[in-house]
Design a binder for this molecule. Structure first.
Ligand SMILES: NC(=O)c1ccc[n+]([C@@H]2O[C@H](COP(=O)([O-])OP(=O)(O)OC[C@H]3O[C@@H](n4cnc5c(N)ncnc54)[C@H](O)[C@@H]3O)[C@@H](O)[C@H]2O)c1
Length: 327
């Protein structure tokens, strides 16, 4: 019997890549998404396979979640208000979608007897005292987004402890790759499209963050329910190497073969609540899940830039070299 898997928020960035892999391995997939930021076009090819059913619905609607979870063995809970600046503007919305939405998923999982894989975030850590940061570092989020993910993680843990609902939390660091529509890489690319002669980065440029390629994130999502004890534990899912925004910009310019670009920093903080330092200790995932990122930053960046060129258009300007795989 094939597994029936519910993917909430499956029409965003990560969902379609995960669903593609689930379908490949023979699962049937139901997607619950309100299409508030995602798009049906992201999964239209997958729906055509006949193995993916789409249900338009909101995770804040307990009945819709309960209906969608019926008969499911496994739930990937990806649906979220996933932008820090939006959470600053609308902490109420963030709370409703990310906390109440998760509670609805857990209630439905308890009724349907499903396992839950929860997509949490590096934002739960806030200002860290220790790098590389292990999972047992105290969580002091300083964005409403991080706070909502921290609360949701804890709902998952307590649902496991009190009711035996199998849950596992993955703290995803910055995920990038083809299909992305947010984050520093697409921001830098769009700036270069507007003006290939200069590049202003947000913040100081020295924000030091971990960036994980999409395929590696999906591999972790696939492995977690198989390998974890699913008793509410959390895992850092990151590359295990961090780069500053200036370093990323330099790598991008090198790969694109753009020379003589003036790179400056706007200064201040990039946006309220931005985590300027993320350096995960990924050894727990390696030890307990047998997972480790395989795609280095340059390879991942190269594939992402190829996708930007195809989807958004190539950057003009002075090119001394053709695109390079190494810089
Ligand atoms: N992409 C990253 O770098 C990253 C990093 C850390 C954590 N995460 C988490 O991973 C998950 C997936 O990330 P993503 O990048 O694919 O996000 P995304 O924003 O691209 O996708 C989220 C999806 O959820 C849907 N959605 C939003 N509100 C909903 C609601 N109320 N009901 C039903 N559906 C709703 C959206 O329409 C969208 O399709 C999110 O929970 C996010 O917080 C992502």
């Amino acid at each position: 019997m094939p597994l029936l898997v519910l993917v909430t928020g499956g029409a965003g960035f990560i969902g379609p890549k995960l669903i593609g892999r689930l379908v490949e391995r023979g699962d049937l997939v139901r997607v619950l998404d309100d299409l508030s930021t995602g798009s049906l076009s992201n999964i239209s090819e997958l729906i055509k396979t006949g193995a993916v059913e789409f249900v338009k619905g909101d995770v804040r609607d307990a009945r819709a979640v309960s209906e969608a979870a019926k008969g499911c063995n496994l739930i990937y809970h990806l649906a979220a208000q996933s932008l820090v600046p939006v959470s600053t503007e609308r902490p109420d919305l963030d709370m409703e979608i990310n906390i109440e939405g998760t509670l609805n998923v857990l209630r439905a999982a308890k009724d349907s007897g499903s396992k839950v894989v929860f997509a949490s975030s590096a934002a739960v850590y806030g200002r860290v005292n220790k790098t590389p940061t292990p999972e047992d570092e105290s969580l002091v989020p300083y964005s409403f987004y991080g706070l909502s993910k921290m609360a949701a993680e804890n709902y998952c843990r307590v649902y496991s402890e009190l009711f035996g609902v199998p849950t596992v939390t993955l703290r995803l660091f910055n995920i990038y790759g083809p299909g992305t529509n947010k984050g520093v890489m697409i921001d830098l690319y769009r700036r270069l499209l507007r003006d290939p002669g200069r590049l202003e980065v947000l913040g100081s440029g020295n924000q030091l963050k971990d960036y994980l390629y999409i395929d590696d994130a999906v591999e972790a999502l696939l492995m977690a329910p198989e390998k974890a004890a699913c008793k509410g534990e959390a895992y850092n899912i990151g590359l295990g190497e961090s780069y500053t925004v200036f370093q990323l910009a330099e790598m991008m310019l090198g790969i694109l073969g753009l020379r003589g670009v003036e790179v400056t920093a706007r200064g201040g903080v990039a946006w309220l609540g931005d985590m300027e330092l993320t350096q995960p200790d990924v050894s727990k995932a390696e030890r307990e899940l047998g997972w480790r990122a395989k795609t280095g930053i340059r390879e991942g960046l190269l594939r992402t830039l190829e996708w930007f060129e195809e989807k958004i258009g190539p950057i003009g300007g002075e090119r001394k070299h053709s695109r390079q795989s190494c810089c």
